[in-house]
Design a protein around this ligand. Structure first.
Ligand code: C5P
Length: 225
């Protein structure tokens, strides 16, 4: 990288999707590839940061020079992010955290029973990690960045979500073919609490990652190193 503008900073990034087990062989998952979060980790290392990457399900190899913590469920991801966030300058929540998990975990494999329909699956809400770390900053001035994948009313929903979550920056993606989930490319608008709206044109997830850091760095300037 041209600049080491994240030197001396510790950034925590979550990436990938969580898996919420039903029994020892089955889970509820999602289509997150982890690519955006891994791009954030690689670019932050290149800019001099110490990086902790809390990774849910992904097929990507661990990036070089990054402290990677692998997790499965939303509750495990929460534990790992809160622990790493204790001394972090910035926390970026790029993971696709499951909103719900099965109410019960069957310790043995759920069996087919002759002539009987299966029991319905019931779900409970997972905690909203982004809202929690935003409202209870582990350090004064700690910067919190969230992601939002929207299919319609993208900007209006994004502005409402920025306020609701309480984070400093929200990267709003329009979900579609060749964008966001699974793709190497992304297109987004980054909303800030100061009212700034930064459009990021369609392109590699690295470009979006660099723009996120471009917006994070000046907002960290007042914080101690
Ligand atoms: O509410 P929604 O799922 O659209 O919010 C997305 C953002 O919130 C992402 O940054 C995601 O990592 C985070 N999130 C979270 N905990 C949840 C659900 C989402 O931190 N339970």
């Amino acid at each position: 990288a041209l600049t080491q503008d994240l030197a001396g900073r510790h950034v925590v990034i979550s990436a990938g999707g969580t898996r919420e087990p039903l029994d020892p062989v089955r889970y509820l998952g999602n289509r997150s590839s982890g690519k955006q979060g891994y791009a954030l980790a690689r670019t932050a290392v290149a800019r001099g940061a110490r990086v902790t990457l809390v990774a849910g399900n992904t097929e990507l190899p661990d990036p070089a020079g990054v402290d990677v913590v692998h997790v499965g469920t939303a509750l495990q991801l929460r534990e790992a992010v809160l622990k790493a966030a204790a001394d972090a300058d910035a926390v970026v929540m790029a993971a696709a955290v499951a909103d719900f998990r099965p109410t019960v975990y069957a310790t043995g494999k759920i069996k087919k029973r002759d002539g009987q329909e299966p029991d319905p699956v019931t779900l409970v809400r997972n905690p909203d990690i982004l809202a929690e770390i935003s409202s209870e900053r582990a350090r004064p001035g700690q910067l919190v960045v969230g992601f939002a994948a929207e299919t319609d009313e993208v900007l209006a929903n994004g502005r409402a979500k920025l306020a609701r979550k309480g984070c400093d920056l929200l990267v709003v993606n329009e979900v579609g073919e060749h964008r966001a989930f699974g793709s190497a490319e992304n297109e987004a608008v980054i909303l800030a609490t100061d009212g700034t709206e930064t459009p990021v044109p369609y392109g590699p997830k690295e470009d979006l990652a660099e723009t996120v850091w471009d917006l994070v760095v000046p907002r960290l300037a007042e914080n101690r190193r």
